[in-house]
Ligand binder design. Structure first.
Ligand SMILES: *Cc1c(COP(=O)(O)O)cnc(C)c1O
Length: 218
């Protein structure tokens, strides 16, 4: 077994109870490990690196829904545009424009989530409320023809302070609720997904709890 089957079933049932989608984060993990999970019925997988995602997509079943959850560079959008199911951490207008352009070339609307800044740490990426509002105004004016902005994604601070994590998720949830066109709220990882589900997440991204710890850097 390359995966932690008991953890997987446990997380999956907690997600199902909340009508949340479980994205299995398979970055740095082998094709064999992904196949094991696939055979247990898992279809949503998340990757952080474009090259790795493209290689895996070629080798694995075509009904896998591939989520891009890493930091996407504008010049790499082209490589994933034909097949990506959802791009999570979008945080600039320039990137949205490029995704739209590549969507057009591939004759599809590419679903994305805006990454919101919720952590108090300096290091985390993301848009503030004003920036989200400006992007949604442009979206309403149909500025981005081949992109569907489906919701928000966020990461809490890397801390043991559970109260702070809850506050950060709760503030993201509050922003998310202001836009009735939003369907997806992607928040919660191995260390904090239970709090995220309690605070209204409907998409969790779980790596190490399912696949074991990663040895290579994120
Ligand atoms: C790696 C990663 C995850 C999964 O992290 P775990 O702590 O291993 O569950 C989730 N979201 C993003 C954006 C990631 O980069």
């Amino acid at each position: 077994m390359l995966i932690q089957q008991t953890h997987y079933y446990d997380i999956r049932s907690r997600a199902e109870q909340k009508n949340a989608i479980l994205v299995a984060v398979s970055k740095t993990k082998s094709i064999e490990a992904i196949k094991e999970l696939y055979h247990l019925g898992q279809r949503d997988f998340g990757e952080n690196y474009v090259q790795e995602l493209v290689e895996k997509q070629k080798q694995l079943p075509s009904d896998i829904r591939w989520h891009f959850i890493g930091h996407l560079q504008t010049n790499k959008v082209k490589a994933i545009a034909p097949f990506v199911f959802l791009i999570h951490g979008v945080e600039s207008i320039r990137l949205i424009q490029e995704i739209s352009k590549q969507g057009q070339k591939n004759n599809r609307n590419i679903p994305i989530l805006l990454q919101a800044f919720i952590a108090t740490e300096e290091s985390k990426f993301g848009l503030d409320e004003g920036e989200i509002s400006r992007i949604m105004a442009q979206e309403a004016a149909q500025t981005f023809s081949h992109v569907n902005i489906l919701g928000l994604m966020g990461m809490a601070s890397f801390t043991q302070d559970l109260k702070r994590i809850r506050q950060e998720f709760s503030s993201l949830s509050t922003i998310w609720k202001k836009y009735k066109q939003f369907h997806i709220l992607s928040m919660g990882m191995s260390g904090d997904y239970e709090i995220a589900l309690e605070e209204g997440s409907n998409m969790i991204r779980i790596g190490s709890l399912i696949f074991g710890n990663r040895t290579s850097p994120d």
